[in-house]
Design a binder for this molecule. Structure first.
Ligand code: FES
Ligand SMILES: [Fe+2]
Length: 380
């Protein structure tokens, strides 16, 4: 992000902190409890994710030609490769024989031998080896292959479309946010792995936890709230996406410092919600990514949490330090946010109260839900 823009956002954040207020939506917003519990709504949500470009990781997870990684997206296993000409490709990670996963984890490999009966594919997905070929007269070695999915690297991230016949237009999807996301560079920082939360909460309830900081003083009293302000957020919408600035407690110290000496990034956390199911949290030292997916029923979801660091992780102690920060962030989300909202999901499913109310001080939360609703209205 340009320094001018950072300074401008910092000015807005300092003013909110000084006035002990937050950016406000025009009115309160009511959401039916059924949005989190109905089977029909769940089916529509899955359709919405299937139809949307899916950010699945950092470009740094495919650092060189010959690199590969595997991702699980709404129960589907996806294999991503970087081919010899540097292009990113994606495939359903499903063997043509009896549907074993042909690759697991990540690393470097020019070919993938299925662990079940050793059918072998190159990193462009082509079937190049088939032991016991006389058993399969209908299979064409060197012309059959894994089902390819549209894939792209854009703004520092890896993207796929889950429908092989779809067009993947990430530039249009991100609009003016593309350049800003790219400028942070977090997609090119060193990846620190994935941690998975299989949780008894609707996927939207998981996204909601990242959409306001009104809860910091209570839920994160002994963790985030020791460094960040509560109920104080700079909010901006970008089409169906949004950006929140969470000011740190130190931001009021800037009152005594001339603007040209400000180091804005020392005083804020920047949170992006990318439509429909991605959350990015950017600080000076961490590029956290939350990929949040509906699971097999409305009351369950899968969150894949990733983190990247600008530090040099080839130094062991630096790598251990970065992992410790990642562990801390992860356990806070798991033990503070997700544990608490499991109780909300139970209440929503009990049916004793038919709606929730989102305050004027929760503009990000309101914007998430309005974006999801307008997808339903347009595509329904
Ligand atoms: S399932 Fe892959 S070779 Fe048999
Ligand atoms: Fe939280």
């Amino acid at each position: 992000m340009e320094r001018d823009q950072l300074i401008d956002l910092t000015r807005r954040a300092v003013k909110l902190a000084r006035d002990k207020t937050t950016d406000l939506a025009p009115a309160e917003h009511i959401v039916p409890a059924g949005n989190y519990t109905s089977v029909e709504r769940h089916r529509r949500d899955v359709e919405m994710l299937m139809a949307s470009p899916q950010l699945v990781g950092y470009v740094s997870e495919l650092p060189t030609p010959g690199s590969y990684c595997t991702k699980t997206v709404m129960g589907r296993s996806v294999l991503l490769t970087r081919t010899s000409d540097g292009a990113v490709k994606a495939f359903n990670n499903v063997c043509l024989h009896r549907q074993s996963q042909v690759a697991t984890g990540c690393g470097t490999a020019k070919r993938f031998t299925c662990p079940y009966h050793a059918w072998t594919y190159d990193n462009t997905g082509r079937l190049i080896g088939l032991p016991g070929r006389e058993g399969f007269p209908g299979v064409q070695v060197r012309s059959d292959g894994l089902t390819e999915l549209p894939a792209a690297e854009f703004a520092g991230f890896l993207w796929v479309a889950l429908d092989p016949g779809a067009t993947l237009d990430v530039a249009t999807h991100l609009g003016p946010l593309a350049e800003e996301l790219d400028s942070w560079g977090i997609g090119r920082w060193s990846p620190l792995g994935e941690k998975v939360l299989d949780s008894p909460i609707n996927w939207k309830l998981a996204v909601d936890t990242f959409s306001e900081n009104y809860h910091f003083a209570t839920v994160h009293r002994d963790t985030f709230a020791t460094i960040a302000r509560s109920n104080c957020t700079v909010f901006d919408a970008f089409g169906p996406h949004h950006r929140l600035i969470f000011p740190l407690n130190s931001i009021l110290d800037l009152d005594d410092v001339p603007e040209e000496q400000w180091n804005p990034f020392q005083n804020m956390v920047v949170i992006y919600a990318l439509f429909p199911n991605i959350v990015l949290s950017v600080t000076i030292a961490n590029g956290e990514l939350f990929r949040i997916y509906p699971a097999d029923e409305p009351g369950r979801s899968i969150t894949v949490h990733q983190n990247s660091t600008p530090l040099d992780t080839s130094d062991e102690s630096v790598a251990a330090g970065a992992q410790a920060v990642f562990d801390y962030a992860h356990s806070t989300v798991r033990d503070e946010d997700y544990r608490l909202v499991a109780g909300l999901q139970a209440n929503l499913e009990s049916g004793v109260r038919d709606h929730l109310v989102f305050g004027r001080n929760e503009p990000g939360l309101q914007h998430r839900h309005m974006s999801w609703e307008s997808w339903s209205a347009v595509d329904g």
